[in-house]
Design a binder for this molecule. Structure first.
Ligand SMILES: Nc1nc2c(c(=O)[nH]1)N[C@H]1C(S)=C(S)[C@@H](COP(=O)(O)OP(=O)(O)OC[C@H]3O[C@@H](n4cnc5c(=O)[nH]c(N)nc54)[C@H](O)[C@@H]3O)O[C@H]1N2
Ligand SMILES: Nc1nc2c(c(=O)[nH]1)N[C@H]1C(S)=C(S)[C@@H](COP(=O)(O)OP(=O)(O)OC[C@H]3O[C@@H](n4cnc5c(=O)[nH]c(N)nc54)[C@H](O)[C@@H]3O)O[C@H]1N2
Ligand code: SF4
Ligand SMILES: [Mo]
Length: 766
């Protein structure tokens, strides 16, 4: 394995920042949310810039919020279609702080790697292309032209195109992602890992197998009229805040909200709608009517218990399940009912850790009501049995006939603002025969027919020396992926790593022999081409394609848009010897959209139809069309219960987000909803688990995971007694990714097991 003699820290200097504990908050958003949002905005962007940007965010002619993928409703409230965390994301990207050549001359990558992730992000926006040459520890400036030449030369020098890997984070536009995916294929590889592999891949796999489409079926408006909404393994108060407004409407209309979560997350408990002045002054609405405090990864037991009880009621009166729907659209009914008999209700109940009376309340609701929506996120996608867990919940919807009608359906709530769009336009490591056929027909070249690497596959390939060039369209690969030390080593094995980014992160410091840092536009920035401000398109969590048009002055005149960078790289590589006009496409987004329309199924007249509030892509579940599944019917599945075989001293750790971060981008050191201030190095523990181990509040602990006799450690975390089930623990990512073994991932989707890591605690003598 090569070593470039760079002395890079994977964690930054580990030091505590001054923990202060308060009670977890009962009410989310409201006045404090808006105040927080403005505070961040004004501090980072100045008052004029922040007001200008905030007024345009999520508006018809404005830009899409760069944070999460929650859709804007058909009839938005007018002003302020954003939340505190959307405003924070905007302030973070539109900051006036910047770093360029002088900065990198002063600080080496070795020095910078001692900074925390929080400190790195705070340095500001990248302003000019930089290169880190072999053996050097300082980035130096490089012209765009030389950067394209360097990349093209490295790609041309590969023995096989499969030695190149193209990672995508979910912030890119459809236009950029399309060009990127087509360039990888034109080169001859399907090596396109993306952040989805670590995120909702389990949802995609589970839903494709059972319902014939990897996306959800619910529109925002469906939530308003639902009878029952289950929020499973999701913390919307922090990660999809405007979803709470939709849930509030649902409640007003008589709907019931059930939260299934090991934690009593703020926002699900009480919520103030920041768009309504009246609501800000009141005490907020308790969003969740019932909270099932399930133990980590016992959702299959919980869903089976619900199914068993519903089946028993249905056996009495035949009115609980939708028998017409089952008859016409569903396969596997008898087998599923028989299989449920194998499980003992008392054992299932015990596994869940939920009080029986709460289960009874939920069963009564589900039995009586037809319009059910199930929403979920990382709490169920990042386990070994994630696909099975999601399918077990889908079983409930199928038996209730709660699909393909208003106010019912599946709602996997997506993370990154355009992660769904990126997939739709072709960012995937597997092969779609239909897409390949359309590429050959419309773009004039034969794409590769061999599947490429996903995220775990890419890391292993780099580690083993089978990949040499690693290009990243956004993201922070080394910190987001599992097994930080292994992943870092893997990336350092590459000859060239390229990061197309807005802000500095640790993946810019943990690099290959040569590294390029290519600065690009944020969403909010004005992208001028041919004398006109350009728009780009994105797809929300509900499958709607909309325009996004930035308006702020770009942070530097030396940065380039993502489509331009990709188009020019492809142009430099092919030098005209390719049927696609890469150079033209680099600056003509309209032309890219036309290619998307002809090449990607479901996209049609996008330039026109993406206006205003946009258009929905086709969705077979909404039409109750299951013809693409075997037998033409949706599928009920049989799923096994998980077995963790925890040792006496082991706990199951979930790695979660604080209220002050966007994935690996750390905005601040607070998690005020959970009562944690000024510290990220904390671990939430049940008091009984603390007592058993003689652990004091705020005691310093090392976290250790041990899989296949390999010990992995994340050092120095402060113990916090918290309302969390016994045997369970929680801590923030990315600090804890050191603990996730590279080989532990979900069956079928290969998503790392970030929410159920077996750990032990080691006390540190201070
Ligand atoms: N502000 C902000 N917004 C974001 C992000 C961000 O980092 N910050 N990230 C974006 C991205 S990429 C994504 S994917 C989403 C993530 O959105 P979420 O999935 O809400 O994010 P997590 O913090 O991972 O929260 C997981 C939740 O699942 C619960 N949970 C954990 N294990 C289990 C389990 O076994 N069963 C059940 N039922 N629940 C469990 C946890 O207690 C927690 O409430 O948010 C997006 N939006
Ligand atoms: N342990 C653990 N690990 C996890 C998770 C977890 O819950 N637990 N969650 C997983 C999930 S759900 C996800 S989605 C992944 C996230 O993985 P990634 O998407 O790779 O990571 P991010 O932190 O979102 O990437 C942030 C970086 O993107 C760049 N950036 C921001 N905006 C733009 C832009 O507009 N264009 C470009 N080109 N670059 C931009 C900035 O440089 C910023 O530093 O992490 C996964 N990792
Ligand atoms: S809910 Fe998500 S998309 Fe909407 S404003 Fe908030 S962070 Fe942005
Ligand atoms: Mo995600």
């Amino acid at each position: 394995m090569s070593d470039f003699k760079r002395n890079i820290s994977l964690t930054g200097d580990i030091r505590f920042t001054g923990l202060q504990l308060k009670d977890p908050m009962e009410v989310s958003a409201g006045m404090l949310g808006v105040k927080e949002a403005l505070r961040h905005g004004v501090k980072e962007m100045g008052i004029v810039r922040s007001m200008k940007a905030l007024l345009a965010m999520n508006q018809e002619e404005g830009f899409r919020c760069p944070s999460c993928a929650w859709p804007v409703p058909e009839n938005p409230s007018g002003i302020g279609e954003y939340c505190e965390n959307g405003a924070k994301a905007l302030a973070d990207e539109a900051t006036l702080d910047k770093i360029g050549a002088d900065f990198f001359q002063k600080y080496s990558v070795e020095q910078l790697s001692r900074y925390s992730d929080y400190e790195l992000n705070k340095l500001g926006r990248l302003t000019e292309p930089m290169v880190l040459r072999p053996g050097k520890v300082h980035y130096e400036p490089i012209s765009w032209e030389e950067a394209y030449n360097l990349m093209a030369a490295e790609l041309q020098g590969l023995d096989h195109p499969d030695e190149a890997i193209f990672y995508t984070s979910g912030r890119s536009s459809n236009e950029a992602a399309f060009l990127y995916g087509m360039f990888a294929r034109a080169l001859g590889t399907n090596n396109m890992p993306d952040c989805s592999n670590m995120c909702h891949e389990s949802s995609g796999v589970a839903l494709s197998q059972t319902l014939g489409i990897g996306k959800g079926s619910v529109k925002v408006e469906d939530l308003y009229g639902a009878d029952v909404v289950l929020i499973v393994g999701q913390n919307p108060g922090t990660n999809h805040p405007r979803m709470l407004s939709a849930l509030e409407k649902c409640k007003k209309n008589g709907g019931k909200i059930i939260s299934i979560n090991p934690l009593a997350e703020t926002g699900l408990v009480k919520f103030k709608n920041p768009q309504k002045v009246g609501a800000m002054l009141g005490s907020g609405t308790a969003i969740a009517d019932i909270h099932l405090q399930v133990k980590i990864n016992e959702d299959i037991a919980l869903a089976k218990l619900l199914l068993k009880k519903l089946a028993a009621l249905d056996a009495q009166n035949g009115e609980v399940f939708d028998h017409d729907f089952i008859e016409n659209y569903v396969q596997g009914y008898d087998t599923l009912l028989k299989d449920l008999d194998r499980f003992d209700a008392a054992e299932l109940l015990e596994r869940t850790g939920v009080p029986e009376e709460k289960i009874t309340q939920v069963v009564e609701l589900l039995a009586a009501k037809p319009n059910i929506i199930i929403c979920w996120a990382m709490g169920i996608t990042q386990h070994k049995n994630a696909v099975a867990t999601i399918q077990e919940y889908v079983n409930i919807l199928l038996l209730k006939g709660a699909l393909g009608k208003p106010f019912a359906g599946t709602c996997p709530v997506r993370g990154h603002s355009n992660v769904q769009g990126d997939r739709s336009v072709g960012i995937m490591h597997y092969v779609s025969r239909e897409l390949n056929r359309r590429i050959a027909e419309n773009l004039g070249f034969e794409p590769p027919t061999q599947a490429g690497y996903d995220t775990v596959g890419a890391i292993k390939a780099m580690y083993e020396g089978n990949a040499k060039v690693f290009i990243c369209l956004g993201g922070n690969f080394v910190m987001a992926a599992s097994d930080t030390a292994y992943t870092a080593r893997a990336v350092q094995n590459c000859k060239l790593t390229v990061q197309i980014s807005t802000k500095l992160n640790r993946s810019h410091l943990i690099t290959g022999e040569t590294a390029l840092l290519l600065p690009t536009f944020g969403r909010s920035e004005k992208d001028m081409k041919q004398g006109e401000t350009q728009f780009l398109t994105m797809e929300s969590s509900s499958g709607k394609v909309r325009r996004s048009k930035g308006l702020l002055k770009p942070v530097s005149e030396h940065i380039k848009s993502e489509p331009e960078i990709i188009g020019m790289l492809a142009h430099t590589y092919f030098q005209g010897a390719h049927p696609m006009s890469w150079k033209t496409l680099a600056c003509d987004y309209e032309a890219i959209r036309q290619l998307i329309d002809t090449t990607v199924k479901g996209f049609e007249k996008t330039s026109e139809r993406s206006k205003g509030f946009g258009y929905y892509l086709p969705n077979n579940v909404r039409e109750r069309d299951f013809s693409r599944l075997p037998n033409g019917k949706a599928k009920l599945t049989l799923n096994a219960l998980p077995g963790h075989d925890l040792k006496e001293d082991e706990l199951l750790l979930m790695t979660i987000r604080s209220h002050d971060q966007f994935n690996t981008t750390i905005y601040g050191l607070h998690d005020r909803y959970r009562g944690v201030h000024n510290e990220r190095r904390v671990i939430f523990l049940n008091t009984r688990d603390m007592e058993k181990r003689g652990i004091q509040k705020e005691q310093v602990l090392n976290l250790i995971s041990n899989y296949n006799d390999k010990e992995r450690r994340a050092e120095r975390f402060l113990a916090i007694p918290y309302n969390i089930p016994e045997g369970n623990a929680a801590a923030y990512f990315p600090e804890t990714n050191l603990l996730v073994p590279i080989d532990e991932f979900a069956d079928k989707s290969r998503t790392p097991i970030s929410k159920s890591i077996k750990i032990t605690l080691e006390k540190v003598d201070e």
